[in-house]
Design a protein around this ligand. Structure first.
Ligand code: ASP
Length: 341
């Protein structure tokens, strides 16, 4: 046996093992995966029958498991985020994809974004009306274009070129959302309430954040925006840093009154406080969602996960649809509570 000859080989093998266990940005390849999803903030208990709570919880559970199965299979966080969000987009109970809310003119204009914390790559679309799963198109923008954000007809031309499923706008028509628009229009006409003060106009967005086996994070958000929105309004969801953000140490998806998330650059603000200022995830998240945003007059919630698998789910509304599997591998689905679980 030639001991001299084995030295470099052993070293190379150790190097390969180390490379397999540790991936770029110092993340560990044996991280316990974590998945968190939301289906929007703002739900009001008195408005929700037990039956409806059960339907929505079951849908959240299905989306959670769709995302978590991807993580368990060892696939990247961005794949899990897309898998979970697609389930919610296909479900009429949420304000994204099939259940998107109506604009003032009676159309559906959807926004979505995804960000891969491992590479800081991001993709987003805004104001699309024919894309069945806007999160899929956002991902294609991230991976198959040199741009980050595409809007309207241009985004849909890109979808067509990439063979991303397009549907007739009638696919997005639901009675429930139509009734919400009629109610909002009546309120506008009667001036009974300032449009932006009506609580059920800007909720129901969906989102997901994930930590994968490689220790990488990703975040995604998809929405129909706000009922009765005007003039090509774009909210926070597709704006990287406002409603959606992920880096090597923190991932967030927000839901709520988008204008305030844009003005506070909420997702970037929280993640920078975590990764650059070394605040705990929960402290930074609670401070922005429960102090900064309400201080300006906004409301909403967010889901977050950090590279250690800590989770935060703050909200300043009466409820937030949410579901998660933490480091202990146990699934949870909640609507109400204080956002501290
Ligand atoms: N944040 C979304 C928007 O303003 C709405 C929501 O979260 O439901 O477009």
């Amino acid at each position: 046996m030639n001991g001299k000859g084995h030295g470099p080989k052993v070293l190379a093998a150790v190097g390969m093992l180390a490379a397999a266990l540790w991936s770029g940005s110092g993340a560990r390849a044996d991280t316990v995966p974590v998945m968190v999803i939301h289906g929007g903030a703002g739900v009001i208990k008195a408005d929700m029958s037990i039956e409806r709570q059960q339907i929505v919880k079951a849908a959240l559970g299905r989306a959670l498991q769709a995302g978590y199965a991807v993580l368990k299979a060892g696939q990247p966080a961005k794949d899990a985020v897309v898998a979970a969000i697609q389930v919610l987009e296909d479900d009429p109970n949420f304000n994204a994809g099939k259940g998107a809310v109506f604009t003032h003119d009676g159309h559906n204009e959807m926004d979505a974004a995804i960000m891969d914390g491992a590479t800081l790559q991001a993709g987003a679309v805004a104001g699309v009306s024919h894309v069945r799963n806007p999160i899929t198109l956002a991902r294609a923008v991230m991976e198959q274009s040199k741009h980050v954000l595409l809007i309207g007809a241009g985004a849909e031309a890109f979808a067509q070129a990439r063979k991303i499923p397009l549907v007739d706008p009638s696919y997005f028509w639901t009675q429930y959302r139509w009734n919400q628009l009629q109610k909002a229009l009546k309120e506008d006409a009667a001036h009974t309430q300032h449009a932006d003060e009506t609580t059920d106009r800007h909720f129901g967005t969906v989102g997901a954040v994930a930590l994968d086996h490689a220790g990488h994070l990703a975040a995604g958000t998809s929405t129909g925006g706000m009922t009765d929105k005007l003039w090509g309004r774009v909210g926070d969801s597709p704006l990287i840093g406002a409603g959606t953000y992920a880096n090597a140490g923190c991932a967030m998806s927000g839901t709520g009154w988008g204008e305030f998330y844009i003005r506070t650059v909420a997702a970037h603000e929280i993640c920078m406080r975590v990764t650059a200022m070394h605040e705990t995830l929960n402290h930074a998240a609670q401070d922005v969602i429960n102090r900064e945003i309400p201080a300006l007059g906004g409301d909403g919630g967010a889901i977050l996960v950090d590279a250690q698998g800590n989770i935060a789910m703050p909200f300043n509304t009466s409820g937030m649809y949410r579901a998660w599997v933490g480091r202990d591998g146990v699934s949870h689905v909640e609507i109400f509570g204080n956002g501290k679980t």
